[in-house]
Design a protein around this ligand. Structure first.
Ligand SMILES: [Zn+2]
Length: 69
């Protein structure tokens, strides 16, 4: 995994925490849980192989959850 991708994943986790999400580390995935009543959830790979992984993930978060920004 490239240093860039690693940094992007860290930025997503940091942003999640700043929006009040809970971030838990599983075996292969980070588990993101939102603070709103709809209890949105998203898994984030620890070691994605797709270079567009973070971009796609953010798109899904914006479309399907209460993610802001
Ligand atoms: Zn939510």
């Amino acid at each position: 995994m490239s240093p860039n991708l690693s940094r992007e994943l860290r930025a997503v986790r940091k942003e999640a925490v700043s929006q009040g999400w809970t971030v838990l580390r599983g075996k292969r995935y980070w588990k993101l849980r939102c603070p709103c009543p709809m209890k949105h959830k998203k898994s984030m790979s620890l070691t994605p192989s797709n270079p567009n992984y973070v971009k796609n993930l953010l798109g899904e978060l914006r479309r399907a959850t209460c993610w802001k920004g």
